[in-house]
Design a protein around this ligand. Structure first.
Ligand SMILES: Nc1ncnc2c1ncn2[C@@H]1O[C@H](COP(=O)(O)OP(=O)(O)OP(=O)(O)O)[C@@H](O)[C@H]1O
Ligand SMILES: O=P(O)(O)OC[C@H]1O[C@H](OP(=O)(O)OP(=O)(O)O)[C@H](O)[C@@H]1O
Ligand SMILES: [Mg+2]
Length: 280
């Protein structure tokens, strides 16, 4: 049976549960710490996302969903199998607004963070000798409370930084998202490949939309150039011989631009719909 770690709390827990549900796996009941999915030969363990790389790196669990930043900070021997497309954030230095900060200004100063290894390794790479103060959370407040001169923390919308008069500086230390990890160099297995393929199907489906439209036959070459699809679009005859129906997958981010172009070209009844899952 495949043993898989899933975040039980925090920003990644809910989207991870939704993604596993979409992939056909059994969900968590109440606050249970484990779920047996006999139908798919998988046992899920609900753990703190920070601990997940430790369990997977030690080989106790086969796969884990966690944050890339947490996996790096853990220093556990894990490798990314798949990026999951949710939980996106950057990990950045920040310090009081009103000064033009550079990472080298941290020399000889105190930097508070919940990701001490990630920060220490980054400072060492940059040749900056700063003191790292390890805190568990609410790191943004540490500067005003006087325990640090700057912070390094997760930034999603930037709201927490603004609220505490902090400004991010330097290049991001890490560009993170939720990832599926395994122990570095772990052997492949059939159940593992199946879970990876299913999640890949959901990730891919979330990044695309299905477009359906009617198109005058004479305009088909132009329409196909706008929606080339993955392999090639599906073209089906309509009752009216001068028209065809076209179906193609389109990157979600581009769907409105593509719909505008199709409408301008002369396509009618342009419909966009979600894809729940796929195997490419
Ligand atoms: N807005 C966000 N806040 C915190 N973490 C986020 C956010 N968006 C994405 N993440 C990612 O979630 C992971 C952190 O999850 P974790 O559960 O440790 O912290 P949390 O969501 O802040 O919960 P907690 O309440 O336990 O601090 C990291 O990989 C981080 O990059
Ligand atoms: O850029 P933003 O959208 O403001 O999001 C980032 C903030 O959210 C998280 O904090 P959380 O609320 O989880 O509290 P914590 O610091 O105690 O973990 C994170 O640690 C940042 O503080
Ligand atoms: Mg937090």
């Amino acid at each position: 049976m495949l043993r898989v770690a899933v975040p039980n709390k925090g920003a990644l827990a809910e989207p991870a549960a939704v993604m596993l549900g979409e992939a056909g796996y059994r969900g968590r009941h109440d606050r249970d710490l484990t779920v047996l999915d006999h139908a798919n030969d998988v046992e899920f363990f609900f753990l703190r996302p920070k601990d997940i790389p430790i369990y997977v790196g030690s080989g106790e669990l086969d796969l884990g969903l966690t944050g890339r930043d947490l996996a790096i900070d853990s220093r556990a021997p894990v490798e990314e199998v798949l990026a999951l497309g949710f939980g996106a954030s950057t990990f950045r230095f920040a310090a009081p607004d009103g000064q033009d900060w550079k990472p080298t200004d941290l020399h000889g100063r105190r930097v508070a963070t919940s990701f001490p290894n990630l920060v220490r390794d980054h400072l060492a790479e940059q040749g900056v000798d700063a003191e790292v103060i390890r805190l568990d959370g609410a790191v943004e407040i540490s500067v005003q409370l006087g325990v640090a001169d700057a912070i390094a923390d997760v930034v999603e919308t930037g709201r927490s930084l603004r609220q505490h008069n902090l400004i991010a500086f330097g290049d991001p230390i890490c560009v993170s998202e939720a990832v599926l990890v395994q122990r570095s160099g772990a052997a492949p297995s059939k159940v593992k490949s199946q879970l990876v393929a299913r999640l890949q199907g959901v990730v891919f489906a979330q990044q695309y939309m299905m477009l359906d439209y009617d198109c005058p036959r004479a305009l088909l070459p132009r329409a196909v150039a706008i929606t080339p699809g993955i392999e090639s679009p599906t073209v089906a005859p309509l009752a009216d011989p001068d028209w065809v129906a076209v179906r193609a997958m389109v990157p979600r981010k581009e769907v409105n631009r593509v719909m505008d172009e199709l409408a301008e070209t002369g396509a009618k009844a342009v419909l966009a719909s979600d894809i729940r899952s796929c195997r490419m």
